[in-house]
Ligand binder design. Structure first.
Ligand SMILES: CC(C)(COP(=O)(O)OP(=O)(O)OC[C@H]1O[C@@H](n2cnc3c(N)ncnc32)[C@H](O)[C@@H]1OP(=O)(O)O)[C@@H](O)C(=O)NCCC(=O)NCCS
Length: 150
């Protein structure tokens, strides 16, 4: 149980100033530690995705992307929590918000590629491993999925 500040969760539009903040956060938490950076083409490919965010007042503390796979399925990508706010329940709250968002948009399943260090996090949130581990963006990942119940 994590008790803390109450956060605001909301979707933001691609190319908005809030979206630019998500790119900075994801670059810092997910890309730079691997020596990688986003390309313009990669960010353009996100235009059709949902971009969900968590805010502590004006501060963006976490974000993720939801990509439509088919009429029933979303792929959750790029889950990132600000380093100094990790381990305080924010990732769990943001994923729960993403699942509610998916249900409201009539999706029934979420799939994702978890990096090895985040695998216990997704187990904790009720996701099930569905394949053997594989290498993606230079590190070991494993495919997970969760069927959304009402
Ligand atoms: C992974 C990440 C999204 C988790 O978000 P978080 O806010 O730090 O996690 P939470 O505090 O919500 O944790 C929820 C539960 O999962 C557990 N958990 C989270 N990360 C864990 C880890 N790496 N190992 C073991 N357990 C973990 C927590 O202990 C907590 O369990 P509890 O409720 O029993 O205390 C976040 O730490 C992060 O951004 N990490 C760096 C980027 C990354 O790896 N993103 C995922 C890419 S697939």
């Amino acid at each position: 149980m994590h008790l803390g500040v109450s956060l605001v969760f909301k979707p933001v539009a691609h190319h908005s100033s809030a979206y630019a903040l998500t790119v900075s956060l994801r670059d810092r938490v997910l890309r730079r530690p691997l020596g990688l950076h986003f390309t313009v083409a990669q960010l353009e490919q996100e235009a059709d995705e949902f971009h969900l965010t968590a805010w502590d007042d004006e501060l963006l503390v976490a974000c993720l992307c939801l990509k439509t796979v088919d009429a029933f399925t979303l792929q959750m990508r790029q889950v990132a929590v600000l380093e100094e706010r990790q381990g305080k329940g924010i990732g769990q709250q943001l994923v729960a918000y993403a699942e509610d968002f998916a249900r409201e948009h009539l999706f029934r399943k979420i799939i994702l590629h978890a990096r090895d260090t985040a695998i216990p996090f997704y187990h904790k949130l009720g996701y099930t491993a569905v394949e053997e581990p594989f290498v993606e963006v230079t590190i070991l990942h494993q495919a997970f999925e969760k069927t959304l119940t009402d």
